[in-house]
Design a protein around this ligand. Structure first.
Ligand code: MG
Ligand code: ZN
Length: 216
């Protein structure tokens, strides 16, 4: 089979599973958000800080994508919310079929929101529809302000961009204006949050956005 044909059929079967997941979510009135970004950018930390802010009034669960280990799922389980670890066993992105299987292991009837933490990778996760309703891109200042220009698809498909570790802005010479300019090539009003785990209140707008998706 030619590479292009193989690629097309892979994406087509992914699309079928994504539609099944979306139907499952919509049947139960559950909103799903796909959280993407490079390894170590702070996706799990963002979840650790936003989930407790959502706990009043919303029922949240997490699908935790990783290549190996349950390290991140263990961190989420410590928050007392349902979590299912999705192991890709070498795969560099979550597929819709993995997510569909994960959703079937969650108590969907009692949930409002499922947060899907994708595999740490700023590239191919952006190409795979998981049946989610919204996409969040995470970028840490330690990765560099050139990443929105270098990995454009991630920032193009994202509904919102969270910049993390802003307490390290000076140490990294990260140019916030440059990053924002390159992100907003894909939408002049794309929301961008500046956050730091040292100041958990900086993550409140992200939590409020997630809440709004469920109640709005
Ligand atoms: Mg993680
Ligand atoms: Zn991949």
């Amino acid at each position: 089979m030619k590479v292009e044909v193989l690629k097309k059929s892979l994406l087509e079967s992914n699309e079928n599973a994504a539609q099944l997941s979306r139907a499952l979510l919509d049947e139960h009135g559950v909103v799903a958000v796909n959280i993407m970004g490079g390894a170590g950018c702070g996706k799990t930390t963002l979840l650790e800080h936003t989930i407790p802010q959502l706990a009043s009034g919303l029922s949240v669960a997490v699908l935790e994508g990783d290549v190996a280990t349950t390290k991140d799922a263990d961190r989420i389980a410590a928050l007392g919310v349902p979590v299912v670890q999705l192991l890709t066993e070498g795969g560099c992105h979550l597929t819709a079929s993995l997510v569909e299987h994960g959703l079937r292991r969650l108590p969907l009837a009692s949930l409002d929101l499922v947060l899907i933490e994708n595999v740490g990778n700023p590239i191919c996760p952006a190409s795979f529809n998981l049946g989610e309703h919204r996409r969040l891109a995470v970028l840490s200042v330690t990765e560099g302000d050139d990443k929105p220009a270098k990995y454009p698809l991630l920032f193009k498909v994202a509904d919102r961009v969270v910049i993390t570790k802003t307490d390290l802005l000076e140490a990294t010479d990260f140019d916030m204006d440059q990053a924002a300019t390159d992100i907003r090539v894909w939408g002049a009003d794309k929301p961008i949050d500046s956050t730091s785990a040292k100041e958990p209140s900086s993550m409140r707008p992200v939590a409020e956005w997630l809440r709004g998706l469920c109640t709005g």
